[in-house]
Ligand binder design. Structure first.
Ligand code: HEM
Ligand SMILES: *[C@@H]1O[C@H](CO)[C@@H](O)[C@H](O)[C@H]1NC(C)=O
Ligand SMILES: *[C@@H]1O[C@H](CO)[C@@H](O)[C@H](O)[C@H]1NC(C)=O
Ligand SMILES: *[C@@H]1O[C@H](CO)[C@@H](O)[C@H](O)[C@H]1NC(C)=O
Ligand SMILES: *[C@@H]1O[C@H](CO)[C@@H](O)[C@H](O)[C@H]1NC(C)=O
Ligand SMILES: *[C@@H]1O[C@H](CO)[C@@H](O)[C@H](O)[C@H]1NC(C)=O
Length: 368
């Protein structure tokens, strides 16, 4: 039986050879890192792009950015904004990009406000991206084939559960790459009931509340703590802020346009981006309509218990500190060398997204 001892080595070698350039290095042992890192090209990250000079509304579904159908290896993920930008060529169409490319794309295509774009993009990159190659994929593609052990949950793009993504029942349109017609019909139903046939902030508040109630009633593991607590509300307002044609400026999203974005990753014909930058405006409004505090079910349905340790809307700096001290430090407990350097670079970039908000920067890996 001696030959069996070779098996782990072979499996391990296959995994190293196949390691994708955009896969996260979080949670990988030092022994494996020593084998993987020499296969990756260390890339000095570009500085976070600044704001657009011209933020006026303009045609963005233009000749230079035609929608194209997916090719077999193109990656798409849970975010309809990024999926759409990739399918129009604002991002590389294969779905693998640098953080700087993502910031440029969300600004150019949807007029996302610069500091929010920086904050969200580096948060995602720190959790799900490859900090050595400076690449992030916008979704998950099963990266390894053959006899390898299943890849860790962090390999392959915007998929790290419990960090950004909610539970299946908590996602707008299902978990998470596949458009879910049932959930879209609920979106339509609520838009008809509360928005006169459009999706607006009133609808967003009612639909978010309904989704939370359904999750509490059906998912024993339902968790709604920071950072997911924030992203749940942010995602509810993004369609209002970014998917409404910039010539309307009325914050009422047409349902045919919504289906284009969510189902087909496609801008409506002749689509104009918003007139002026947009962020997460409206989040406070939909929270206040049904103020749910952070918490989760305690192992069975209908056992929602508050979690006073989670950041909430009154403790924004705690969101930042917990994200760095707990989420990132948890993914990378003891980084060394190039990896530690890259973490510190990207933590600095991330902090630029909230610089000026009065929060103090924290340095879990020391200061270089
Ligand atoms: C700036 C970089 C961005 C990153 C890194 C990002 C990332 C994500 C991630 C990880 C999710 C999944 C959350 C989950 O499934 O629970 C998500 C959802 C979402 N994103 Fe983005 N996003 C970005 C920008 C945008 C923009 C510009 C828009 C709008 C134009 C947008 C609209 C949405 C919406 C509406 C959802 C909810 C989708 C659903 O639950 O079905 N995002 N985003
Ligand atoms: C769509 O979402 C509903 C509600 O969460 C769920 O019951 C159903 O299984 C989902 N359908 C698919 C195809 O994922
Ligand atoms: C949403 O639409 C409904 C129906 O037209 C309207 O009563 C409500 O005020 C709108 N809410 C917002 C925030 O625009
Ligand atoms: C954008 O808003 C400005 C005022 O801030 C207005 O003058 C301009 O006409 C608007 N553009 C469009 C396309 O609606
Ligand atoms: C467009 O909408 C934004 C956000 O609702 C508002 O701040 C701005 O004043 C509006 N601009 C025009 C020209 O109506
Ligand atoms: C985060 O860690 C820093 C030390 O790196 C510490 O000063 C700070 O109090 C911590 N914050 C939280 C919320 O734990």
């Amino acid at each position: 039986m001696k030959h069996l001892a070779l098996l782990p080595t072979l499996v391990f070698a296959a995994r190293v050879v196949a390691f994708p350039t955009y896969a996260s290095l979080a949670g990988i042992s030092q022994r494996e890192l020593d084998a993987i890192l020499p296969t990756l090209e260390l890339r000095e990250p570009g500085l976070p792009p600044g704001p657009l000079e011209d933020t006026s509304a303009k045609l963005v579904n233009d000749e230079a950015h035609p929608w194209q159908p997916l090719r077999p290896d193109d990656i798409r993920g849970p975010c309809p904004g990024l999926n759409t930008l990739a399918s129009h060529g604002y991002l590389p169409r294969n779905g693998v990009a640098t953080p700087a490319q993502i910031i440029n794309a969300v600004q150019e295509g949807f007029n996302m406000e610069n500091t929010l774009a920086i904050f969200v993009t580096y948060a995602a990159h720190l959790v799900d991206g490859n900090l050595i190659t400076d690449l992030l994929s916008i979704g998950h593609k099963t990266p390894l084939t053959g006899p390898d052990p299943p890849a860790p949950a962090t390999v392959g793009g915007l998929n790290t559960h419990a960090v950004f993504e909610g539970d299946a029942s908590d996602d707008f349109f299902g978990n998470n790459h596949d458009f879910n017609e049932t959930l879209f019909e609920q979106f339509v139903d609520f838009s008809n009931r509360y928005g006169g046939g459009k999706y607006n902030l009133t609808v967003a508040a009612e639909l978010r509340f309904k989704r939370i109630q359904d999750s509490i009633a059906t998912n024993p593991q339902f968790s709604l703590v920071s950072p997911r607590y924030y992203t749940a509300y942010a995602e509810s307002v993004f369609p209002v802020n970014f998917f409404v044609d910039g010539r309307n400026n009325d914050s009422q999203l047409d349902l045919d346009a919504a289906r284009e974005f969510f189902q087909f990753s496609r801008m409506p014909e002749g689509f104009f981006r918003p007139n002026g930058t947009r962020g997460a405006e409206g989040m406070d409004q939909i929270f206040l309509a049904h103020p749910i505090q952070p918490g989760g079910n305690a192992g069975e349905a209908n056992s929602y218990t508050l979690d006073p340790t989670s950041a909430d809307f009154s403790t924004f700096c705690l969101l930042y500190e917990n994200f760095v001290n707990i989420t990132i430090k948890g993914l990378y407990p003891n980084p060394t060398g190039d990896l530690r350097k890259a973490l510190n670079r990207n933590l600095d970039f991330f902090f630029q997204g909230i610089d000026g908000s009065g929060c103090a920067q924290v340095f879990p890996y020391g200061q270089d």
